[in-house]
Design a protein around this ligand. Structure first.
Ligand SMILES: Cc1ncc(COP(=O)(O)O)c(C=O)c1O
Length: 437
């Protein structure tokens, strides 16, 4: 009798090679990692042909649909026309994108510096703030995430993301406005947003007393979509100004319409920042970072600087096309409407599943914090991993975050419809029901 040779699935072969040739620090989601093959608008297919509804968008990056032809079409044309020159030669694409960004940013933020990632965008903002103010100290928030370079890691405030190589000199962390787990043990609104006072106390005690900048995410992303009370940033802004600092809004996750109605998350809190940093959703998946500020601040970046790939004509075309789709299809409105609908459905799920301790977020950036017990609020990271795995098995991709790994992050594309939300909620409901203690 002849035995058939064992055929390995294509996914298994990719996973084997990943293990052999990539650094082990490159972690994957899921017990059985999902090997992606292709994608179209709100759907992704794995290498074995299974279809998924994507409610994470490659970490809040695919804003207007996977491989949206309104973005990939112009990219393809640009690749064949002019792919790369570097910023030593101006081109039509970089100035068109910068002009467009200037027209949608709040206040006088009209000048852009392009890079390739959120990490670089934040690095550039901090460097600029130090040069512009002549001060060195930066204030960031606990539970922040800023990226993978040494400086970005030192702004980041999660132990797991700060292993080794973190130079924290000149970075001080204030407590964050985490109402569900208030660091001061208070309850909003009786607390009178006392957490905001910590920024002033920290400047007085943990810095030289004059700061270069305060940097924060309008809604903390990796931190688990921690959403501040509406007054928080207004109070902090005044403190930052009192101590000579610039206000940097890290819009890597909240930017480009994600929170609904407004282009930038900080606009929801009625604060006009001095610098905005962007990446992820700006170009629908093409690598791009941008640091945007006022001309008087931009003028303070002294010395020579360049970014070889920053403002690459293909990336600029991708970003410009993404913004155009958002405008043409009125996606800031759709995000607000679908976000409100999704939120109401998630609150219904909270009524049904005791695991869901908190529902928070804004627009199409919604988080569920899972707890073992609603009274003690003990985090439930194992159940969170189970819901993620079950959701994947049931055909839905979602993300995870939070200091304790117990927050589900839900961030679909901004052009989703009601049917997509209903399907996602149906799968979430089923997946919660399948969690085993
Ligand atoms: C708020 C925020 N800032 C900065 C970064 C770093 O961006 P990148 O991974 O593109 O370097 C991230 C990445 O998740 C982020 O969420």
């Amino acid at each position: 009798m002849t035995t058939k040779p064992q055929t390995q699935s294509r996914s298994a072969e990719v996973l084997r090679k990943q293990k052999e040739f990539l650094w082990p620090a490159v972690f994957n989601y899921y017990k059985e990692p999902l090997v992606t093959d292709r994608a179209s608008m709100q759907h992704v297919w794995d290498l074995d042909g299974k279809q998924y509804l994507d409610f994470f968008g490659g970490i809040l990056t695919v804003s207007v649909g996977h491989c949206n032809p309104k973005v990939t079409g112009p990219i393809k044309q640009q690749v064949d026309r002019l792919q790369h020159t570097s910023t030593i030669y101006p081109n039509e694409q970089i100035v068109a994108l910068a002009e467009k960004i200037a027209s949608i940013t709040p206040g006088e933020l009209t000048q852009s510096f392009f890079t390739n990632s959120g990490t670089e965008a934040d690095e550039t903002a901090i460097l600029l703030a130090r040069m512009a103010t002549g001060n060195f100290d930066e204030v960031a928030l606990r539970h922040a995430y800023s990226g993978g370079s040494q400086l970005a890691k030192s702004v980041t405030a999660h132990a797991a993301w700060r292993k080794s190589a973190v130079i924290s000199v000149g970075i001080a962390h204030a407590i964050n406005p985490y109402c569900y787990r208030c660091p001061l043990g208070l309850t909003y609104p009786d607390c009178e947003v006392r957490c905001a006072n910590d920024v002033e106390n920290l400047i007085q005690t943990g810095t030289s007393g004059a700061i270069a900048a305060f940097i924060a995410e309008p809604i903390q992303g990796v931190g688990g979509f921690i959403t501040p009370p509406p007054e928080y940033f207004k109070i902090v802004f005044k403190v930052v100004k009192k101590y000579g600092g610039l206000f940097i809004s890290d819009e890597v996750q909240t930017g480009f319409g994600r929170t609904g109605k407004k282009w930038f998350g900080i606009e929801q809190w009625e604060v006009t920042p001095d610098i905005i940093t962007c990446a992820k959703g700006i170009a629908n998946g093409t690598p791009m970072g941008a640091t945007v500020t006022r001309p008087d601040v931009a003028a303070q970046l002294k010395g020579l600087t360049l970014s070889t790939f920053g403002g690459n004509p293909v990336a600029c075309t991708a970003a410009l096309s993404t913004i155009q789709v958002m405008e043409e299809e009125n996606l800031l409105e759709n995000t607000a409407t679908m976000g409100a609908y999704f939120r109401s459905k998630l609150e219904e799920l909270q009524q049904k599943h005791a695991l869901i301790g908190d529902v928070r977020g804004m627009g199409l950036m919604q988080g569920l914090e899972l707890v073992k017990d609603r009274a003690t609020k003990e985090p439930a990271p194992e159940a969170t991993a189970q819901v993620m795995d079950r959701a994947k098995e049931n055909g839905l991709l979602i993300g995870k975050g939070g200091l304790y790994g117990n927050v589900l992050r839900l961030s679909p594309m901004l052009n989703i419809g009601k049917a997509d939300v209903d399907e996602a909620v149906r799968i979430l409901d089923k997946s919660f029901s399948e969690v085993r203690a």
